[in-house]
Design a binder for this molecule. Structure first.
Ligand code: ZN
Ligand code: ZN
Length: 606
């Protein structure tokens, strides 16, 4: 990411600058996950309740920290005194950070049946219930759970009952053979750790991700890895030694499939360096794209497969992707576009878009502070945004009716406006914009009065309640909100949460049409579980002339790193720099907002 030429007036706080240096260190969250799993396993094992609670408390402490313990360890400094973390747990933290693993967890995993961890992931099943299922009925797997439920044997266990039995049966059935996809941002760091690990082995020439991960789809099923190495190099043996691996499904000289402790499946292919390009095209996909380029090969009298491009029996290209596409008369197509949505024709006729890049973003129009449900102060967020290469940041805390998020009423928002003015006078190379993420109420009214909204630089509106309205009601609600004179950006328009909440039931084309007529912008929200709008919808909005704002919705200083995923989604939507509002300079953005773009009428000039 680019950095601004003007350094911040004051040096970055230590914890903040450190957290940007090396994002590959094991984070507090990951250590907390290990502790939680240990607590679960101890509980199933009927261990001392005090010991179990110690691990749970430690996990909670770790998640609340604002600095990364791994960085302290990396600097060779002793860990600070932390509530609930004594000598023993500090030793475990050291072990996890330095080895990526924990001997106690390994021991517990190996003494208990492996299926129990899987049972824990079934909705409604905590360690207490799993302990009963295991000790009282000998249930070790989801399959056995289903059988026992069908036979009515579970309802008699203490704390279960008939209702619970029915619920568990349906939850367990869903879990079996389900192809649950995880948010890209959760999977990508894991894959990068594996790639770095593989690259340590001498004789590996290339190691990279493939599949939907390389195409940066918003969700990822399995991790696909592709390695180029001479046949004499035993890549599989090296992979199997990785500490995160819990189950081996397939192991061979040219491929391996494993499951990580987190449940994520990893498929690795090993090819000869000479055919790496053809294999990379093949394993990156998508299937639809591969079919389209094979068709293209056939029209040229060529044959394309994972080993290369062939003319009769002779191989004409295979070493690099560029060579493979070139042999097909195409320029190289960036992986994000490989979905057979017109990219092959565009490559053929030189009409591929100049896709937006992360460094094109000049600002971020959606972020929170401690004033509502964020974790950092105004100043910390400003520095973090600048450190992420941005020149402006809109502060958009929640409004009053979102009580769980400690939303702002008029008085508190006025106070924040004054604080932003004071801070802007001190900041160099970074400007905070005054905004709000105002709740769109059930009937489409906004949650704050016009006189306060009119004093802001921009108004980001969003739905945080009443997700279940009918299609007509939901559409009318959003249209009414966007009709408001001060409405600038519709945030996370679909309100979906990956694996948790389905998109709102609404007439999106009508919303997009209204946005285009009103000069409102739609957000592409980069939070890992949101990634909202979808790529195709984003592309449709662009085609209808609606500007997109790619925002982090940052709740913590480190969250600006999510912009990377929003930009990836935008690239999948064929967005170019000029399609995105926050690629504009501050001057141009302010003019846009003043002149009625973003819904703001002339009369609201200030
Ligand atoms: Zn929101
Ligand atoms: Zn938000």
């Amino acid at each position: 990411m680019k950095l601004t030429a003007v350094p911040p007036q004051e040096p970055l706080p230590d914890w903040l600058s450190a957290s940007f240096k090396d994002r590959r260190l094991i984070g507090n969250d990951q250590i907390a996950e290990v502790f939680d799993e240990i607590a679960d396993l101890l509980e199933i094992d009927d261990a001392n309740p005090f010991r179990i609670r110690a691990y749970r408390n430690a996990a909670r402490t770790l998640r609340a920290l604002t600095f990364e313990l791994a960085e302290i360890i990396a600097r060779g400094e002793p860990l600070p005194k932390l509530t609930g973390i004594g000598v023993d747990l500090a030793g475990k933290i050291n072990e996890i950070v330095t080895t990526g693993n924990c001997a106690l967890r390994q021991r517990l995993r190996s003494t208990l049946p492996p299926g129990l961890v899987e049972l824990l992931s079934i909705a409604g099943l905590g360690p207490k219930r799993v302990r009963h299922l295991y000790h009282d009925l000998g249930i070790e797997t989801a399959q056995q759970l289903c059988e026992a439920a069908r036979q009515g044997r579970i309802r008699h266990l203490p704390g279960f009952g008939e209702k619970m039995e029915t619920r568990l049966l349906s939850a367990a059935q869903k879990g079996i053979g389900s192809d649950r996809r995880l948010p890209l941002a959760f999977v990508e760091p894991v894959a990068h750790r594996l790639i770095e690990y593989l690259q340590q082995l001498a004789g590996i020439e290339e190691a990279t991700v493939a599949g939907s991960l390389r195409r940066m789809r918003d969700t990822v099923g399995d991790v696909d890895l592709l390695v180029a190495a001479a046949p004499s190099v035993n890549v599989t043996a090296h992979l199997l030694k990785h500490p995160e691996i819990s189950t081996v499904l397939v192991k061979g000289r040219t491929r391996a499939s494993v499951v990580l402790g987190s449940g994520l499946q990893v498929d690795m292919r090993i090819v000869k360096p000479a055919q790496f390009g053809a294999a990379l095209v093949y394993f990156t996909g998508s299937k639809a794209h591969n079919i389209a380029i094979r068709q293209r090969a056939r029209t040229l009298g060529l044959k394309l497969n994972e080993y290369g491009v062939f003319k009769a029996e002779e191989c004409v290209a295979r070493a690099t992707e560029v060579a493979v596409y070139q042999a097909l008369g195409l320029v190289w197509i960036t992986p994000e576009l490989r979905e057979d949505r017109g990219e092959v024709e565009a490559a053929l006729t030189g009409r591929l878009p100049r896709l937006i890049e992360l460094s094109d973003l000049k600002g971020d129009l959606h972020a929170h502070t401690r004033d509502s449900d964020g974790g950092n102060s105004l100043e910390e967020m400003a520095f973090a945004a600048q450190h992420a290469g941005l020149e402006y940041l809109a502060i958009t805390d929640h409004s009053r009716s979102l009580r769980v998020a400690h939303g702002l009423d008029t008085d508190r928002l006025l106070k924040q406006i004054d604080q932003i003015d004071a801070l802007n006078a001190r900041l160099q190379g970074m400007t905070l914009l005054k905004g709000v993420e105002v709740d769109i109420l059930e009937d489409g009214r906004l949650d704050l009065p016009d006189d306060i909204l009119g004093r802001l630089d921009l108004v980001v509106g969003a739905v945080h309640s009443h997700f279940g309205l009918t299609l007509h009601q939901q559409t009318q609600r959003l249209l009414r909100a966007m009709d408001h004179r001060y409405f600038s950006v519709l945030a996370h328009p679909l309100c979906r949460l990956i694996n948790e909440r389905a998109p709102l039931n609404m007439d999106l084309p009508a919303i997009i049409k209204a946005a285009s007529e009103r000069g409102c912008c739609l957000e592409l929200n980069s939070q890992p579980q949101r990634m909202d709008l979808f790529d195709l919808q984003c592309q449709y909005a662009k085609d209808q002339g609606v500007l997109i704002s790619i925002n982090s919705d940052a709740h913590r200083a480190a969250d600006f790193s999510y912009l990377r995923y929003g930009v990836a989604q935008a690239r999948r939507a064929w967005l170019e720099k000029h399609d995105v509002l926050n690629t504009r300079s501050l001057t141009s953005l302010k003019k846009f907002l003043r002149d009625g773009g973003g819904g703001r009428p002339q009369s609201a000039q200030n």
